[in-house]
Design a protein around this ligand. Structure first.
Ligand code: ATP
Ligand code: MG
Length: 561
């Protein structure tokens, strides 16, 4: 695990940059960017790319721009822009004054296109989408040239200007680069640069009815910003020659270089924006920030820390081949970070009433509990104890097996931070037979240590004092999907029906009713929990379980921890 103090990470992208720095290419400039399209919230895959790009800028004294890649009005919005800004800040990265919008380059991009037309390297094509596809050929067959390919420069300039002016219907014409219809790489067979699309843009409104395609807009946006390394995911590898082609035709001086890495896939979830949008729109989840979502907003609300996500990004590294990362590794990173920083507290999720028969009715005493067993600097807190307590239902069994080190008839157990108690009896509901309360006797001599007679007490359980306890709602989350790789076609079949369990009537230790939204705790023996930032109210807390304590990753990794 990469953590503070370890050497900076290395990978094939950093190797390329270090080579360039050694040979003086780009005059020592390291300029990268993170270019989200504001058509959804960013997810853990984007977070990996954010950590990579901003991490590289920091490591080499360079810069990382945040650029909204907003060249397609469909689905883009200010809400998404704002969420992206918030989430990247929350992850711990900053772009100072370098927030850019590709839509701000629309005029410059248009002029670049005009330049290509004048150079005889672009033409207006009047085939429709199906015809263009047919003409494109296949892997085994070369394409055929469009009958409009040899329009004169003057005619192209005129038609393109009229496309912009809104004289034509959507789809009537497109602007295409004039490259090579026989190129082995299909991407190079006269790709479309501009299409007519009458859809208002969230920033430029109805100013434009033509919009540039990604392959044309992205490389030139990079060049306009002086980007030296345009780091993107592997699906753009085939498009690299086109990236270079546009740049070579239009940019003199320093040119950006595209470098591809493998996109992150994580088991038991989906990271395709289209599918995440579907989950939100069809209400399979409560929203983009549903704590089960792999979005940064969801993980944040769930209680994950930015440090944990950054450690995860460092741990998985940067690869050239697509791979599937076990979600248990992410959960492991969250646990490792929270283990260090989360104060301990006690909470009972499924309460069973316990009466200490030999404890005075109106007495309340205070025990002092450490906030972190290994960190005295995190201080202590008073924990009230009184005659009536709650323990976890499954910490009592009427007929327990031998190795059950909790409460049962004839057994003794240590109440964490407090006394040893011995079972004395139970009360059952006459109609249902359900256990309603149990009775215990307290050994007052165990207040400050083990029993005086030296007998061993094998178990310790957590508890809260009933009179002082704070009632709470606790939401338990499990993986969103029940299979490691949800299928593409009908993945909703694979949704985990038990991904959310809402427990009401839980009890928290006194004092937690005022905990600020976003505060994280380790509830002893249960896991890590976070006060919900949306639904929690003072005195009526709502908590999310971040992760249980059990670490399946440590087991997979060979029990090294
Ligand atoms: P789409 O293009 O389908 O809307 P996208 O996931 O590519 O979705 P973008 O907003 O275009 O979303 O992505 C912004 C940046 O994040 C891109 O540079 C992209 O390569 C990177 N990125 C997206 N998904 C992942 C992932 N799973 N792993 C790593 N990087 C990713
Ligand atoms: Mg994209």
């Amino acid at each position: 695990m990469t953590q503070g103090g370890n050497p900076p990470p290395s990978d094939f992208i950093r190797d390329i940059i270090e080579d360039d720095l050694r040979t003086g290419k780009n005059d020592g400039v390291v300029a990268v960017r993170f270019p989200p399209e504001p058509n959804g919230y960013i997810h853990i895959g984007h977070a990996k790319s954010v950590c990579l790009n901003f991490g590289i800028a920091a490591q080499y004294g360079g810069t990382c721009n945040l650029r909204m890649d907003d060249t397609d009005p469909a689905g883009e919005s200010l809400e998404f822009v704002q969420s992206i800004i918030d989430d990247i800040h929350w992850l711990g990265f900053d772009w100072q004054d370098r927030l850019f919008y590709a839509s701000d380059y629309f005029e410059q991009l248009y002029q670049f296109a005009v330049q290509l037309i004048k150079d005889g390297k672009a033409y207006v094509c009047s085939l429709d989408a199906d015809e263009i596809r047919e003409h494109r050929g296949s892997f085994t067959e070369p394409g055929r040239e469009s009958p409009y390919r040899n329009r004169s420069v003057a005619e192209n300039l005129d038609l393109f200007a009229r496309m912009r002016a809104g004289e034509f219907a959507d789809g009537e014409h497109v602007l295409r680069a004039k490259i090579d219809m026989a190129a082995p790489n299909i991407v190079m067979r006269d790709p479309v640069m501009y299409r007519i699309k009458r859809e208002p843009h969230y920033r430029t409104g109805t100013d434009w009815v033509i919009y540039p395609m990604y392959d044309f807009a992205h490389c030139l946006s990079d060049a306009l910003e002086g980007i030296t390394y345009s780091i993107c995911t592997l699906e753009f590898e085939n498009n690299r020659p086109l990236y270079d082609w546009f740049v070579e035709q239009l940019i003199t001086g320093r040119r950006p270089r595209q470098i591809e890495f493998a996109r992150l896939n994580v088991s038991y979830t989906v990271l395709s924006k289209r599918r995440l949008i579907e989950l939100v729109e069809n209400k399979y989840v409560s929203g983009w920030d549903d704590p089960r979502m792999p979005t940064v907003a969801g993980m944040r609300r769930r209680g994950y820390t930015p440090e944990a996500i950054r450690n995860f990004a460092a741990a998985i590294g940067v690869a050239k081949n697509d791979n599937l990362v076990d979600i248990a590794l992410l959960e492991h990173c969250v646990r490792e970070d929270l283990n260090e920083r989360a104060p301990r507290a006690m909470a009972v999720l499924r309460p069973l009433r316990v009466v200490i028969d030999n404890y005075p009715e109106d007495k309340v005493e205070e025990f002092t509990a450490p906030n972190h067993p290994q960190k005295p600097e995190m201080g202590t807190r008073p924990v009230p104890f009184s005659r009536v307590l709650y323990i976890e239902r499954d910490d009592f069994m009427e007929d327990p097996p031998k190795k059950y080190h909790r409460l049962g008839p004839g057994r003794e157990v240590r109440l964490r931070n407090a006394y040893v108690v011995r079972y004395a009896g139970m009360v059952k509901n006459e109609a249902t037979g359900a256990i309603e309360e149990i009775h215990c006797i307290c050994d007052f001599e165990t207040r400050n240590g083990p029993p005086a007679d030296g007998r061993k007490i094998p178990g310790v359980i957590h508890w809260v004092a009933a009179a002082q306890a704070v009632p709470a709602e606790v939401r338990l989350y499990d993986r969103l999907f029940r299979v490691p790789e949800p299928q593409d076609d009908d993945y909703k079949r694979d949704l985990n029906p038990d991904s959310l369990e809402i427990l009401t009537g839980c009890y928290l230790e006194a004092g937690l009713g005022e905990a600020a939204p976003g505060t994280r705790y380790q509830f002893e023996r249960l896991g890590y929990f976070c006060v919900d930032i949306k639904d929690s109210r003072t005195g009526r807390p709502v908590l999310n379980r971040i992760v249980p304590l059990r670490d399946s990753w440590a087991k997979i990794a060979g029990g090294g921890r």
